[in-house]
Ligand binder design. Structure first.
Ligand code: ATP
Length: 418
């Protein structure tokens, strides 16, 4: 059977993955061994998410009625029911709802009633608390099939430490990543000197290590020195797989979905208030602004280096009519020229404009010229894929170290996959 849970936390505390880890320990006490533990991230653009729009699915053997009772008991004991936007959902089913529901929850928006209809159709046991919204994520979790997956080892804090500063030895985390990269990734952001895998929120997570196999995440974990955790759990996940992306065209984008779209740079990049960088992209169907926000740090220099005529493939979410970039492929570079008045052949001084449409004039000897000096400028960027740093990475975004997206005319594109 499959057991799904979602929407148990709030900005004030708790974490659905923690309740999943507790369930993994509780179910065997009732004679229900757990064989697989999955953490799925759903559409990162849903407004009701607390943080990363996570939901959890356990695969287990035994009596579904007992499993349902245990799961509901755990959620009732641990979920942050007092928070206004916490609406837990618990699902236990012996037949899974169609995979299509997971794919829509990942890339699009779903309703509570459609989740309930699918659960009824497969004869699932389920309970939605408060406004029942958590049933969407819980249903998507049990319906999920992961054609590509990665692993995350999460360690959880002892209850008496919740809400206090986390004690994790910074150097040991940098050392763990150095010893295991590229088999683990995003524990740290070396370029920006940031510890990425230790949250700052008041939830029970101590740190999380992402990687390509349970062995590699455990190997990295074994090098980290920290306060003593209460427990730890390895999850199979859709994180770092780009599963949220839809191939699109600029004219056909819908708000709240994430896309991979080809385009041509249609204007000079601009740096706006707060250091956010934007550039206009176009295709035959229209134009869209691509944004590299301030937290994407050095990635903004890639966007700043674009010029009109460059062809690119942009990857990111469509929000408020813009594409929020997660990564970018520069396919071809336009030629860049510097055009300025020529140098006078007689006196070697640079001429000045003689007026609009009147060519150039040497202010020293009065010589005239009609043509400007055209100099080809070396571009500051090379064709290839570029990505935001680990500190700004979305859970679902596949780091380039796992392979670049397969797209015609782009380098790499091995499709990743384990
Ligand atoms: P948690 O750690 O508790 O999972 P979170 O950041 O993952 O926190 P939730 O608290 O689970 O966020 O809130 C997300 C809510 O949005 C859930 O109720 C979930 O059922 C719902 N939801 C998830 N994906 C979709 C979707 N594609 N369409 C509509 N609702 C969704």
């Amino acid at each position: 059977m499959w057991i799904g849970i979602d929407d148990t936390d709030s900005p004030g505390g708790m974490c659905t993955t923690y309740i999943g880890a507790v369930l993994v320990r509780e179910l065997p006490r009732s004679g229900i061994p757990v064989s697989a533990v999955r953490l799925v991230r759903l559409n990162p653009n849903v407004i009701h998410k607390t943080r990363g729009n996570a939901a959890v699915c356990l695969e287990a053997e035994g009596d579904p009625e007992t499993a349902f009772a245990v799961a509901c008991r755990c959620v009732e004991a641990l979920a942050d029911f007092a928070a206004p936007d916490t609406n837990p959902g618990v699902v236990v089913c012996e037949t899974r709802p169609p995979q299509d529901f997971y794919e829509r929850a990942l890339r699009d928006f779903c309703g509570i009633d459609e989740a309930r209809a699918l659960l009824d159709a497969v004869g699932a046991r389920y309970r939605g608390y408060k406004n029942r919204r958590g049933l969407i994520g819980a249903t998507a979790a049990v319906a999920s099939v992961l054609p590509d997956c990665t692993y995350e080892l999460l360690t959880y804090r002892k209850r008496e430490n919740w809400g206090t500063p986390r004690r994790v030895d910074r150097e040991s985390v940098f050392g763990a990543e150095e010893a295991t990269y590229p088999h683990t990734w995003d524990s740290v952001d070396r370029e920006n000197d940031v510890l990425v895998c230790v949250p700052r929120t008041p939830d029970p997570v101590l740190f999380g290590i992402r990687g390509e196999s349970p062995e590699w995440v455990r190997k990295a974990r074994s090098r980290i020195r920290s306060e003593e955790p209460a427990c730890e759990q390895v999850f199979v996940t859709n994180q770092g797989t780009d599963a949220h992306l839809i191939p699109g065209t600029i004219g056909g984008l819908a708000e709240g979905r994430s896309y991979i779209i080809p385009g041509t740079v249609a204007g000079e990049p601009e740096t706006g208030p707060g250091g956010h960088v934007s550039v206009l992209l176009e295709d035959r169907g229209g134009t869209i602004r691509a944004m590299a926000y301030e937290p994407t740090k050095g990635f903004r220099d890639v966007v700043r280096a674009l010029i009109p005529g460059d062809t690119v493939v942009a990857v990111g979410s469509c929000r408020k009519g813009s594409i929020n970039l997660e990564k970018l492929c520069v396919r071809t570079l336009a030629e860049a020229f510097r055009i300025r008045p020529p140098v006078c052949v007689a006196c070697r001084r640079r001429m000045t404009s003689a007026g609009r449409g009147k060519g150039y004039k040497c202010r020293v000897c009065g010589a005239r010229a009609t043509e400007p000096e055209v100099e080809r400028i070396e571009r500051r960027i090379a064709p290839g894929w570029y990505e935001v740093p680990p500190s700004a990475r979305r859970h679902l975004a596949r780091p380039l170290v796992r392979g670049a997206p397969a797209w015609p005319g782009c380098p790499g594109g091995d499709g990743g996959g384990d």
